[in-house]
Design a protein around this ligand. Structure first.
Ligand code: ATP
Ligand code: LTN
Length: 331
């Protein structure tokens, strides 16, 4: 039986947080042996907000190294840079003609980013979900492992697949988001009602995968919590609940086990334990990433191989799409 196809990506738009790790990359690792996986560095998405070119180039390689350091096996998966496969932009153009301006302007992320970057509300920012749909549909992915904030975008990819199939005949697989419990929505340490984000301007709000041990412990020590002192997960304790989620995801253990472990203990002890647990879990990833980045030739080879694998699959789909829509492709 053919393996199911999985597609996901992260933008090289900043330093990755533990939210990106728990919500996305960690789950990718778990799926790689069972599925046919395509994992990309979404540099085309990243330029929808202003990027410093030299930094974008550096971060692209750092992110690829991080995927491998987190456990992605480039032999098993196609690990590649989005812009190395031109079919992403080509399919995006076709999908643009069946995507409506109204539905794109209603996307939560578009509204948030338009507010945050009011001086640069460019066409690409609005087109972001269509390019994401092109990513997913090019490979016939049935399943897209992402954090909860990306659910709306995967739903747009579904809608566009169905719309295209209805208009031109069965062409695309209809993808489903895969949002695993536990790490799907890690909150900011400074405002637990907001998601932790790599572009938050308050550096204490996010724990970065590249943070050193002391920084990690300090950030957890300063995390905003409530005034009572019970360590249990509940809706009226978003700060503690978030810390418990992080603790359980890295330890790993269940919420009940963690609540039992810290029964009768104070917030100080608990926050220190969370910080130490996270720092312990990140240390080997940091070490592995550093080692990988010291051999740029090896990384370039991996990315070239990944792009070749992806290109083959993408070319097949695009040719089918061009046939369906009536683009002349020669005799
Ligand atoms: P930015 O702040 O630049 O918009 P981001 O931190 O939201 O970036 P993305 O590149 O948009 O990161 O997301 C990469 C992946 O990480 C997506 O699957 C997304 O759902 C997931 N993700 C991002 N933030 C979180 C979070 N706080 N909790 C869980 N998953 C997250
Ligand atoms: N927009 C995504 C990154 C991304 C993606 C994708 C995720 C680009 N293309 C395709 C899943 C499938 C984000 O997480 N911000």
């Amino acid at each position: 039986m053919e393996k199911k196809v999985i597609y996901s990506a992260v933008q090289p738009s900043g330093n990755l947080t533990i939210g990106n790790y728990l919500g996305a990359i960690r789950n990718w690792v778990k799926m790689q042996s069972e599925y046919d996986c395509f994992y990309a560095v979404a540099n085309m998405h990243a330029i929808t907000v202003k990027q410093e070119p030299a930094e974008l180039r550096r971060r692209t390689l750092e992110l690829a190294a991080l995927y491998i350091a987190c456990g992605i096996d480039p032999e098993q998966c196609a690990l590649y840079v989005q812009s190395h496969v031109p079919q992403h932009a080509e399919l995006c153009w076709v999908l643009n003609t069946i995507a409506y301006v109204g539905e794109m302007s209603r996307m939560t992320q578009f509204k948030d980013k338009s507010q945050k970057h009011a001086e640069n509300i460019n066409m690409g920012l609005m087109d972001y979900p269509v390019l994401m749909a092109a990513d997913i549909l090019l490979y016939g992915a049935q399943c897209v492992p992402v954090g909860a904030d990306q659910k709306q975008h995967v739903e747009i990819a579904r809608d566009l697949a169905i719309r295209f199939n209805n208009r031109y005949g069965e062409t695309f697989a209809v993808p489903e988001p895969l949002i695993l419990k536990g790490g799907a929505k890690i909150s900011s340490l400074q405002d637990p009602t907001k998601k932790m984000s790599k572009s938050d301007e308050n550096p204490n709000a996010s724990v970065f995968l590249a943070d050193d041990r002391d920084t990690i412990i300090r950030k957890f020590k300063r995390a905003v919590t409530d005034s009572d002192n019970a360590i249990r997960a509940s809706d009226d304790k978003p700060g503690i609940t978030n810390l418990l989620n992080i603790y359980c995801a890295f330890r790993p253990c269940t919420l009940e086990e963690a609540e039992r472990e810290f029964e009768g203990k104070g917030y100080g002890d608990f926050k220190l334990a969370v910080g130490e647990t996270v720092a312990d879990a990140l240390a080997p990833i940091q070490e592995a990433q550093k080692k990988l980045l010291s051999d740029k030739t090896y990384l370039a080879e991996i990315l070239k191989g990944g792009a070749e694998k992806a290109y083959k699959a993408a070319r097949r789909t695009l040719s089918k799409v061009y046939r369906k829509i009536g683009f002349y492709q020669g005799e």
